[in-house]
Design a protein around this ligand. Structure first.
Ligand code: C5P
Length: 270
């Protein structure tokens, strides 16, 4: 049975910085407050797989955000390396297709088995939040709406055996309806009310994203740019926890109000 993750488990700090010492300093400073650290193209291109090893040596878990998109054989081999490196989460582009995603899943399982390590959570990137419906239509000739495309790719990813998807906060609810059972949704584009929007447009607060059904939220600048980074993370944790308590309270009063409705809901969720 799936256990509810803590607020800490849900937060992934994006290490979007160009300096290894600073990145490792953040791991030391915030390791007790966040669940994972995201290593993306910038840090990985500058420092290579060693940066992942160093974060892990310091007790940090890593989301390797390299969004593999290539022929199935190449993605399978890259996936095997991500598993050996000890990534807790890594991702591929759903637009790489069913066979590519299946190859990533199979290779990930086989490698984990061979090395005696846990299978990482394997996520598919649906539609990049930087893409508009207009660019999908004009450049990629994808005629359906972003939401329909995201749901389609989410279902395709589930068919391939992927564990979940990366999607914008606006798409979480509709995605939850499109896919079955325990399917992980990880979302960037979250902004606490007290933080600057930066270049993110379609945003939600961390608490709203979790309430909408996000399992993980990726957050960078609101923490990285804060004068007191620990205080910023603590505030986000408190907001998520407060939202969880309100939800639990609402559920209890719903149960009291109509036990039969709730029983059927629980049955549906399995
Ligand atoms: O600083 P900020 O909180 O906006 O960082 C969000 C992180 O999530 C960045 O690393 C960004 O690259 C990533 N991301 C995103 N939107 C996507 C996919 C990834 O903001 N669609």
């Amino acid at each position: 049975m799936k256990t509810t993750p803590t607020a800490k488990d849900r937060i992934i700090l994006a290490l979007d910085i160009d300096n290894e010492q600073e990145a490792l300093g953040l791991v030391a400073e915030l390791g007790g407050l966040v669940g994972m650290f995201k290593v993306g193209h910038q840090l990985f291109t500058a420092y290579g797989p060693d940066i992942v090893r160093k974060i892990r040596e310091r007790g940090g878990r890593v989301f390797l955000d390299l969004k593999y998109h290539d022929i199935p054989n190449t993605v399978a081999k890259a996936s095997a390396e991500a598993v050996k490196l000890g990534a807790s989460i890594f991702n591929v582009h759903a637009l790489g297709g069913l066979d590519m995603m299946k190859a990533a899943v199979l290779s990930s399982r086989e490698t984990a088995d061979k090395c005696g390590v846990p299978v990482p959570t394997l996520l598919a990137v649906t539609v990049l939040t930087s893409m508009s419906e207009r660019s999908l239509r004009r450049e990629l000739k994808i005629m359906r709406s972003i939401q329909r495309e995201v749901c389609h790719l989410g279902r395709l990813a589930q068919r391939a055996g992927m564990h979940g998807v990366v999607a914008s906060p606006q798409e979480i609810k509709i995605l939850r309806r499109a896919v079955r059972g325990d399917f992980v949704v990880l979302t960037p584009g979250v902004r606490p009310l007290w933080a600057a929007k930066d270049d993110q447009e379609r945003i939600m607060t961390p608490a709203q994203a979790v309430a909408a059904g996000a399992d993980y939220i990726v957050i960078g600048r609101p923490v990285l740019k804060a004068a007191d980074r620990q205080a910023a993370v603590t505030r986000i944790l408190e907001e998520i926890e407060a939202c969880g308590k309100t939800e639990a309270r609402d559920r209890k009063s719903d149960e009291r109000a109509s036990p039969e409705i709730n029983t059927s809901l629980n049955t549906e969720r399995g």
